[in-house]
Design a protein around this ligand. Sequence first.
Ligand code: ADP
Length: 525
Amino acid sequence: MSMSFRTRLLASHVGLVVAVGLIAIFTLNRWLTDDLVRQLDTRLFEQANGAVEWAEEGGRRHPDKVATRIAHIVDAEVALLDRDGAVIGASPPDAKSDIGEEVQTARNRGVGKATRMRGRQEMHYVAVPGADGIVVRLGIPLSEVSATVAAMRSRLLVTSGVAIMVALALGLLASRVTSQLAAERDHLSAILAGMVEGVLVFDERRRVIVANRAVERILATKSVVGLTLDETVTTAGLDEEARKLIEACMRGDVTETETEITDKKGSSIAVYVRPLPASAGGAVVAVLRDQTALRRLMTIRRDFVANVSHELRTPVTAIQGYAETLLRGKTDSETSQQFLEIVHRQALRIGGLVEQLLALSELEARGPEDIAREKVTIVSVAQHVAETVRGRAEARNVKVTIDVAKDAVAIADPEGVERAVINLVDNAIKYGNDGGEVNISGVRNGTTVKVTVSDDGPGIDPAHLPRLFERFYRVDPGRSRQHGGAGLGLSIVKHLVESMDGTIDVQSTLGDGARFVITLPAFTG
Ligand code: ADP
């Protein structure tokens, strides 16, 4: 692309020089020939006028002698003609021949001129009449003129050659500079295109002269190049405040300035406005950055810290209070025992919370390479889980049943699947009915395996289902807290399942138990 551009540039340079050279040679040929012939013609005319007097005087007696003398003086061939048109004297003898209409014209009009070929030579004749009907005709070959023109032409050719060389050198230089500029422009466009930030440049007439793709993405608009500043507000959705800033910057009221605007979709956009160097002629650049994701993350972090603090406050306050009372030493041993049990329970709650938080942060820090992809037989997982929760199930008199198909084999992280199912079974025991039943089932469904944990407890109001997997979300905070839950269990399960390319779903109606379904990629070996 750049090569062909250079070639084109060079070709245009050389073409220009060649064209100018050709035009020069052609016009020179004509003009110079015309000029030289005209000069020659004038000279011959003046000389013929001078010679005619001589011819009148001595022409009749010694015509040849006079002709020779005249020829010698004027450096042209001479023919003397009498009234009847007969040649009476000539020098050199050749001059006798080729007598044409110029002689008659001379008699009629006072001068006769003609240019024609004589043999292989082109001749120019000028004839002038004298007294007694005598006519002097001077002739000169035009080969002299052609020789001068040829000499000029060859000089011009040499000059054109030099001009072509110079043009080539200049062309090379120009093409190198141009390709350098083109390369720089390409780099700049690549950088602009690759930028996450939107870049808008306004010229001094307040028109957009540069805008990268990111601008279109951030403002959710079509190309803005060519729009006026006002149009960027009315049609492209730039904020009024940003427009004022850009205007202020154009007037030179502010130099570097920034603001944050909220667009019609509610995205928050940071706008930095800066004047370009004076050499750019009063242009202003505005850089737009979409802060929405950052703002959302900040909100999430703030909420997270607030939630954790809130979860910790209750057990910590309880531990402080009971510990202080115990330290005062005024409680009897039975009360002390009760208080110590409370302190212990609250400490366990804090421990559980910290463990869950650590599990979450460990899950978030995991990359795809940290997650095993192994054959996981769901029956074994279910049996292991049932074994693990046996104590807690017996405490509530809950029966854990297993109903898993043999071909329910997934490709997943064995530990991850087990942790997820334990969490769901634990919840089912915690939130289900005393003496109820919790069932772990598993089926293969084409390329997926579904693991379902269902209970026959009170279930969950469907209004809560959409937010159930959010961190710290609890359906009944009082009841949940009784069980030591902070609302993190299900968000951990969701995280685990999704990290194994699976999905989790919940179905429930109040009073009719809850069903949590994990879908995982099936083992297809
Ligand atoms: P927690 O740590 O509080 O148990 P989870 O994230 O595990 O938090 O659960 C979120 C909420 O979902 C719980 O507060 C509980 O109200 C509800 N829940 C979870 N599993 C069941 C279930 N099997 N039956 C009824 N409610 C449930």
